[in-house]
Design a protein around this ligand. Structure first.
Ligand code: PMV
Length: 314
């Protein structure tokens, strides 16, 4: 039996505009993970995938996106589809902006590679998971699978023929808080609405995307200079642009307001929006716990203090 895991992720800034070629920054959340195991199964039983948290019956349908990913991975590893029993367990909330789909996919690919005795480089894992993400999202930028497969803070630009993925050095630790509205929102819905908006008013949306890109470049400078005050203001600026793009929601803005009232230096939605999660920048870990308590009091279904260390591969 072989087991592997993969972390959740957080988009620090640049979501949505990243689909249109602007840069974005994402961080892995090491303590929140999806785990996959692969075990030999009785001859003739084929490939089954058990996700006990989601369904009592194992998945056998080969057109299920996760089983398609399993087949694509076996193919990539030059292994015939044999008799395998796969199990997935995940602590990552689904459809909330924390990359649960990409983390489950990455854990499965890693476990299968381990089973085959092959060390797959992160870029290969990321490419396999991207194909599967396309089934869930339609037009994903690829940032989720990239940050999860590389497991380090990244600067990401969607471009042809391959995305630009750079490890991002941070000058100081970041104390963040993730607050969950508890409203599940499928990423493809706000992504689709933004596409319609862009098609209807291209000049307006392109100006908004470019403004997000400028903000993200300034955030990179603030991160490498360790300027937390500037970083907070820039996160707020990114939130304002996301509101104009049309992907915020009253529930997100309520939690963002509660975090700012508790002294957060900045706060914004994170991920697809219309629900899911927001993040807030705290002064230090103690402050992060205070903001988390304020978010819980304001109705967050989960409030998670996160400490991001100032190394490239933490
Ligand atoms: O909802 P999430 O965390 O999967 O993030 C989506 C990020 C978007 O920029 C909105 C879409 C994408 O594919 O990059």
């Amino acid at each position: 039996m072989n087991t592997a895991s993969a972390p959740a992720k957080l988009i620090l800034c640049g979501e949505h505009a990243v689909v249109y070629g602007q840069p974005a920054i994402a961080l892995p959340l090491h303590d929140l993970r999806a785990t996959a195991t692969v075990a030999a199964a009785p001859a003739g039983s084929g490939i089954t995938l058990a996700i006990p948290d989601l369904s009592p019956e194992p998945i056998r349908d080969p057109t299920h996106p996760l089983l398609e990913l399993v087949h694509a991975t076996l193919d990539h590893l030059h292994l015939p589809p044999g008799d395998l029993h796969l199990t997935v367990q995940s602590a990552i909330p689904v459809a909330s902006g924390m990359g649960s789909g990409a983390a489950v996919g990455t854990a499965l690919v890693r476990a299968l590679a381990d089973w085959a005795g092959v060390l797959l480089p992160p870029a290969a894992v990321s490419r396999l998971v991207y194909q599967s993400e396309q089934r869930f999202h339609g037009t994903p930028s690829g940032i989720d699978n990239a940050v999860i497969a590389h497991e380090q803070a990244i600067w990401y630009v969607r471009q042809q023929p391959a995305p630009l993925i750079e490890p991002l050095p941070l000058a100081v630790p970041l104390s963040l808080v993730v607050g969950d509205t508890g409203i599940r929102s499928e990423t493809r819905l706000p992504v689709g609405a933004v596409r319609l908006g862009w098609q209807a008013e291209p000049a307006r949306y392109e100006a908004l995307f470019a403004a997000v890109g400028d903000t993200v470049r300034q955030i990179r400078a603030a991160l490498s200079g360790g300027d937390a005050g500037m970083l907070g203001d820039l996160l707020n600026q990114n939130q304002q642009l996301l509101e104009q793009i049309g992907v915020s929601s009253p529930e997100l803005e309520y939690l963002i307001g509660a975090a700012r009232a508790a002294g957060a230096r900045g706060a914004k939605l994170s991920g697809g929006g219309w629900g899911g999660i927001m993040l807030a920048l705290a002064n230090d870990p103690t402050h992060a716990h205070q903001i988390a308590a304020a978010l819980t009091a304001a109705g967050a279904t989960r409030a998670l203090p996160v400490q991001v260390q100032p190394t490239t591969a933490y």
